[in-house]
Design a protein around this ligand. Structure first.
Ligand SMILES: [Zn+2]
Length: 495
């Protein structure tokens, strides 16, 4: 138990005080794992360590892992944060993963829980808006990881094969991922989706104050002015607790999450707009039926056949006007789960490719969907680090998607239509697709599919616990199930 600042209850006038709160401190957790013989769930093969740092240090050459022979005997960890709903509250989850884990695609064996707490008891600073509860918790985590960075884990204390090769393992945080809303609170971001300047990486803006601003985020050109502002100014209102982590190297370590940005963002806009336009503008080309409900039915049937043929699971039952937010005054948006967005993007790419050549507009749509599907599949097939060719393809083909999407959005505004919504997430997609990091890091490794999966499992456990002691029971149950989970994975081999 560790004291953190919380309101005593969720009552609005409840006083803030230091409350003893359950935590699984990372330095204790990692040392226990090693002592109990589970080093292999943190690093599949110690021989992979130097290669990892060789890539990473290209982006962050001044990182302490570059000192002496540390790159031969250090582990990297990524921190994750997100809120999820259960027991009538939103619970903040603070989780970490080991970058070299052999089980990264197994949520249960690779997502390590540190603590959870309910949103209703946050202490928010009235003047600065800073979430003091969260900053306090992050400071505890930073201090704990700093023990692992400075003192490390002495392997000689534990009998293991690896101790012959490596005497002390140091551990550093190499990156952060999570949903934008959670990242905003963890990093006290003053530039975010709801402000004029939107991006923690650069100074791109919406142009609310000046729609001629050269920094407008909808600038798709290679020469867009915002590219020149990366790292110019810190994006936080107050230095965040994580900035005290040994090796913290600035906002460049905070990664945009492809899942929230495309599958729960731009992808939903693109699919919604396409479905609406394909049915209304080209009534005889894509889907049979004399009216929209009949066309929705035909589209559903086509989609289901496509999903079955390609063995893609589909959660969505049917298309409808409500499902794609088909209203006069609002932008269409497909209300889909993240995986359904992936399946529907692929299916639309296929349907459009069959109609390619009819006219310029359909060609544009087909090329746009071909581009995004190609990039998504390239990234999901590639490893932790892209090859130079993969990175080039990501940028070249990614640019095709962004450019066409923005040109469609621009044309629809000119025509006074509400189609092709341009939201700040499109700018994050811009960063994901068009940046060429020296390290060749694959943005897919910062996508939160598995983190979300672990969250879902934890929320299921939480639902069965008494709300008064949920935070403690949750951590205890999670810990209890771990050895069995690890043993099962070790038996099966790397995922
Ligand atoms: Zn930016």
């Amino acid at each position: 138990m560790v004291p953190i600042l919380l309101r005593e209850s969720s009552e609005l006038d409840a006083a803030a005080s230091l409350v003893e709160w359950p935590f699984i401190l990372p330095h204790e957790f990692v040392r226990t794992l090693v002592a109990e013989g589970y080093l292999n769930v943190l690093v599949g093969d110690v021989k992979d360590i130097p290669g990892f740092w060789e890539h990473f240090l290209k982006d962050f050459p001044d990182h302490p892992a570059a000192d002496g022979d540390k790159r031969l005997r250090s582990l990297g960890f990524t921190l994750y944060c997100d809120e999820a709903q259960s027991l009538n509250d939103n619970w903040m989850h603070l989780i970490f993963t080991s970058d070299l884990s052999p089980y990264l695609t197994d949520a249960g064996a690779s997502r390590f829980l540190m603590t959870i707490f309910p949103e209703s008891r946050y202490v928010l600073n009235q003047d600065t808006g800073v979430n003091e509860t969260l900053q306090g918790a992050c400071q505890i985590i930073a201090d704990s990881f700093n023990k692992l960075a400075n003192e490390g884990v002495d392997l000689r204390e534990f009998p293991s094969e690896e101790s012959i090769l490596v005497a002390t393992l140091h551990c550093f945080i190499t990156g952060f991922r999570g949903d934008w809303k959670a990242l905003k609170q963890v990093f006290n971001l003053r530039r975010h989706a709801s402000t004029d300047e939107i991006c923690w990486l650069c100074k791109a803006c919406k142009g609310l104050d000046d729609d001629q601003s050269p920094l407008i985020f909808t600038d798709a050109r290679d020469s867009a002015a915002f590219w020149g502002t990366i790292g110019l100014e810190d994006p936080w209102s107050q230095s965040p607790s994580y900035a005290t982590l040994v090796g913290f190297s600035g906002p460049g370590m905070i990664h945009a999450d492809l899942l929230h940005v495309y599958h729960l963002g731009v992808g939903r806009d693109a699919c919604g707009a396409l479905l609406k336009l394909m049915m209304s503008k080209y009534p005889t080309v894509f889907f049979e039926g004399n009216n929209i409900p009949a066309k929705m039915q035909a589209a559903t049937k086509q989609l289901k056949e496509y999903a079955a043929l390609h063995k893609l699971p589909l959660r969505m039952k049917r298309f409808s006007k409500a499902k794609i937010s088909w209203k006069k005054k609002s932008f269409p948006e497909l209300k889909s789960s993240s995986y359904d967005t992936y399946v529907i993007s692929r299916w639309l790419g296929h349907v459009l490719s069959l109609a390619q050549g009819r006219n310029d507009e359909i060609n544009k749509w087909a090329t746009m969907m071909w581009a995004i599907n190609l990039v998504l599949s390239l990234l999901s097939r590639a490893g932790r680090w892209l090859t130079p060719e993969e990175q080039d393809n990501k940028v070249v083909v990614g640019k095709i998607f962004v450019t066409i999407y923005l040109s469609l959005a621009f044309d629809s505004i000119q025509n006074n239509e509400r189609c092709w919504r341009v939201r700040p997430k499109l700018h994050l997609l811009h960063h994901i697709l068009l940046s060429s990091p020296q390290s060749f890091s694959n943005p897919n490794s910062f996508s939160t599919w598995m983190d979300e999966d672990s969250l879902k499992k934890q929320m299921k456990v939480l639902r069965k616990t008494d709300p008064r002691s949920a935070q403690l029971r949750m951590l205890q149950r999670w810990l209890l199930a771990l050895p069995q989970k690890f043993d099962m994975c070790n038996k099966k081999g790397p995922s």
